[in-house]
Design a protein around this ligand. Sequence first.
Ligand SMILES: [Zn+2]
Length: 372
Amino acid sequence: MKKFAGSLLVGCMVFLLMELNLFACGFDEYREINYNKEMVQAMNAVFNARNKIGLEKGDERLLALTNAGYGTVNGKTTEAFLDIVSNVTACTMGTKSLLTVHTPFTEPLWCALYRKDNGKLIFTKWSEKGFTQQQIDISPKKIFKSQDWKKAASGIIGSKTLFSVVTISHCWAADVSWSLLKTAEFHNHICPGLNTGFIIGEYLQKKYPLRKGEKYMFIGAPPGCLLDALQIIFDTTAGKSAAFSKAVSKQKIEKYSQDLWFKDAPIPPLAVIVMRVNKKSNSCEGVVLGVDWKSIFADAGQNYQDFAPSGGKANPVYFISRAKLSVKMASINMAKKLTYVKEIKKFFGQAALAQKLAMEGTDPYAVIQSLQ
Ligand SMILES: [Zn+2]
């Protein structure tokens, strides 16, 4: 207790602690807290953000997103911030209102407080000047206008994190599943590709569940965001040789996508090669899965040409179109979404076939086509 009080040093922190309910809850239930000076500043910053957003602690309209635990402040780790933001806002993982978004460890600590009733977002980020804040209206009617997106992205949040925060917050407001949010935490945004990975995850659990002694092996050819969703759902990491990525030329994508292909398709309809490998019984049962993007764009009422606007990523339409489609996809019911998954070809072989397909220099689709 003495050490705790001493570690804070600042008298005004007593007020903050009372706000945090630490005294009221009784210290016996808590481990000793020893915040460094940056974490005390972070506590002040998140208090300030909560005040600006205009909601009381515990309000169900509030979501907290942060890269705490990954991002750093002055080279120091930031796990303490997870408790701080929870204590200040009452947002917790258990109530699906605190999400930890993966970023490189080198990225400075950031936290976004979002209120779903009016789209107000307070973004707080560490910089050389200490913690700075940006207020953004991310309600769809505002942020999906090019000039508003551009203005917001030019602030401390930047284009990449704006896309993360908008897509995850909007999907959270649409009450998507915890499982999808878990994949989004790792992938650090919700894009159309991550959505398809999540759908394919459901498809495999229903249609191709693992049987005794089997392991999944995935080949992303071409590589795509969907592999990250599958990695979280099935623990099929590259490090465990359960996921491989291979570049495929546009001509070959067109050739192997069969009738799923359409002119100027903005996302390759060729999704992933899935294998259930059993080393003991020496078998490999596989299926090439595709995605019916034409139907997805039609059902979402969205124009796929918007995915390739003039100017590319410098054009806000590039991000806005992806964000809009992502939230729509996340909101469609799963039974409907499963109809977007198409089986292009099934194949069978010995366990070594999986390694052969993953081997460098091999065109896996050519090998699969040659199998009977
Ligand atoms: Zn993505």
